[in-house]
Ligand binder design. Structure first.
Ligand code: NAI
Ligand code: MG
Length: 392
């Protein structure tokens, strides 16, 4: 029997992950779940939001389903640490970013594929009616470990960095900006990681018959980093003659995806740009309640909804958040391990519930979340799971 590491994390992560497991069980996926500690509670009580025992579990079993974590700025986090752990030198870090880096989960896949009948679909804005389903069918490949989110940054950079600035004609002026008045975040791109993410995007496009791969960067301004990615994309695209390589700039891409989202298939980008584009597309398919993702490394893979812990809904009973993003992430896990039949079965059940439109969580009704949404006709999280299970 397969073992899956279940990492609920914080807030609504603790709600949607058990619901996904309930659905997986009902769909006939046979697995054992081992629960791993991650998130705020472990920061507060142990000074470590990602304890070594959790890393060991993932190392052992290779596949994890993750809910969401709460992340807070360093100073706020330090205040919340248990009193006896303060002044012991613990520094808060985001455990999901740490997981991606520890296991080198460098490939992040975020499919944004619209379901027929989702009232929040971008489809409602297209008045000509002559679209094919799914109207939005974009899959974003986000480089997950480098770029601007690599975490290589300083306020008051060390002398060695200032010295490096001095050697560069354009950067010289910054070298002497005094102490805390200078902050630097670096955008690091390597050839190896760029090749891996771009090749994965092309392989995916080939496997699932997408006609284009769009590299979304900004090479006219970010000449070195985006420039390197574009060069690599052009080289790799030669091996995939049946797929067109398009390149767009991140700013223009945000305009195009709003105007003509149906044009795009597979999109590949650096960490931050991929984060931005995938949120843009997520909005077009109904929002964070629908946005799923996979973090894939050479050995380990972690599947998680794109959304965070939504703390304002954490204590709401019954829960009202949409579990579909978590379900879709579980489907990605099933596809990754070759359980395609069960994945298809669940996907079809979700599609039926959405198209039928009888059971909708508050976000699908365009309501502001709060305890009164149930009176206004919104389904609870559990009711959504039940509805999907009933269609299996
Ligand atoms: P969030 O994604 O937690 O929530 C933003 C808003 O989106 C919510 O208030 C809610 O209106 C809506 N939403 C999110 N998930 C939903 C769902 N399943 N169904 C219906 N509506 C949903 O982002 P926010 O508020 O910026 O961050 C909250 C915490 O989560 C922060 O501590 C942040 O650092 C963390 N976070 C963690 C992530 C992760 O675990 N990968 C990703 C993003 C944020
Ligand atoms: Mg994001």
């Amino acid at each position: 029997m397969r073992t899956i590491v279940a990492l609920p994390g914080d807030g609504i992560g603790k709600v949607v992950l058990p619901e996904a497991i309930r659905l997986l069980n009902a769909a006939g996926f046979i697995a054992e779940y081992v629960w791993g500690d991650i998130g705020w509670e472990f920061w507060r009580n142990e000074g470590n939001p990602l304890p070594q025992r959790t890393i060991d579990l993932i190392e052992k079993h290779k596949i994890a389903l993750f809910g969401a974590i709460t992340s807070k700025p360093k100073d706020k986090a330090a205040e919340e640490l248990k009193p006896e752990l303060r002044d012991k030198g613990y520094v808060y870090f985001s455990p999901i970013v740490a997981l991606r880096q520890h296991f080198n989960l460098d490939i992040c896949i975020r499919p944004c594929i619209s379901f027929k009948g989702n009232p929040l679909n971008f489809i409602r804005k297209k008045i000509d009616g002559s679209y094919e389903e799914p109207f939005v069918n974009a899959v974003i490949f986000r480089q997950n470990t480098e770029g601007l989110y690599a975490g290589v940054e300083w306020t008051n950079p060390p002398e060695v960095v200032r010295k490096a600035l001095e050697t560069h004609p354009k950067m010289k002026a910054f070298a002497n900006v005094p102490g805390e008045e200078l902050a630097i975040s670096t955008r690091i791109v390597t050839k190896k990681a760029s090749e891996r993410i771009i090749r994965s995007a092309f392989e995916y496009a080939r496997k699932y018959n997408y006609k284009s791969v769009t590299l979304c960067e900004k090479p006219n301004v970010l000449r070195e980093t985006s420039g390197m990615m574009l060069k690599i994309a052009r080289e790799i695209s030669k091996e995939y003659p049946e797929i067109q390589l398009w390149d767009t700039n991140i700013d223009a891409q945000m305009m195009w995806l709003t105007k003509n989202p149906e044009d795009y298939g597979v999109i590949v980008a650096e960490n931050m740009f991929g984060d931005i584009i995938s949120d843009g597309f997520a909005g077009l398919i109904g929002g964070l309640g629908f946005a799923c993702s996979a973090n894939i490394g050479e050995e380990v893979a972690v599947f998680e909804p794109t959304h965070g812990s939504a703390p304002k809904y954490e204590k709401l009973k019954p829960s009202i958040v949409n579990p579909i993003a978590m379900f879709m992430s579980a489907i990605m896990m099933l596809e990754h391990i070759g359980e395609n039949d069960i994945a298809d079965k669940i996907k079809k059940a979700i599609a039926k519930v959405i198209e039928e439109g009888k059971v909708r969580t508050y976000d699908m009704l365009k309501l502001k979340g709060g305890p009164d949404v149930i009176e206004l006709g919104a389904a609870t999280t559990q009711q959504m799971t039940d509805a999907v299970i009933s269609k299996l």
